[in-house]
Design a protein around this ligand. Sequence first.
Ligand code: AMP
Length: 281
Amino acid sequence: MKIVKTIAEVRQVIKEWRKEDLTVGFVPTMGYLHEGHESLIKRAVTENDKVVVSIFVNPIQFGVNEDFDAYPRDLQKDADLCEKNNVGLIFNPEVDEMYDESFLSYVDVDKLTEGLCGRSRAGHFRGVCTVVTKLFNIVTPDKAYFGQKDAQQIAVIKKMVQDLNMNLEVIPCPIIREKSGLAKSSRNSYLTEAEKEAAVVLSKALNKGLSLIENGERNATTIFNEINNEIEKEPLAKVEYIEIVNLEALQPVSVIENSILVAGAIRIGKTRLIDNFIFEC
Ligand code: AMP
């Protein structure tokens, strides 16, 4: 496994692989890898001849008051996890390799980015779409793997790939959880033991919502209230949003008639956590 820091080195490796007609899978990450990332990597390794993992904490997808500086980093541990899983190449650029001082070009996806996480994180998806476009152009993968934990991100990237004729397949992968139900996240490392216990409330509340739907409830307000009330029982948790939206347009629904995404974000102390489920009908 190679670890490289420059775009030119990635291009050289990909060129060699392409000469041998090898397929390339790609897993973009911000590092501090856990079993959630590992599940994407394992899937990519089974479906492609070679796999590239990028590890880059992308400054332009963080708001001014967000945790860019504090975001956890551990390249050695990440490299060990990648090596163990037969990753062929890690791309770990410095910020100025991706954005030199003359950088001016951004990628925006409209509408899909207005609600859910987009409402409270202005500019977040613009930063994500821009870096993912750059990474796709650098790595030129056949398939790229994303976690369903960031459900809005998947919808936005799929649309961007379709609209901008990017020549690759986006593969969504299921959410990996702790035994408690808490969705695995690099940001869970910010939580104290007490906060980690409290954080379980998000998956627990979403599960309650899912049970209601599975038992035939179709009124979105009733489902919202069930989830919201459950979270409000936890004194350490503060709801940022809970939304029930259709799967294609990510627009709020009042009655569940088609497939939906139920997504939420909470704050536990200073830590922001997200989770969701999809109900198909
Ligand atoms: P991040 O490093 O947080 O930017 O995540 C990189 C990729 O891993 C994204 O596609 C995430 O959706 C995915 N991911 C993060 N956590 C999980 C999880 N618990 N289960 C599945 N995928 C995940």
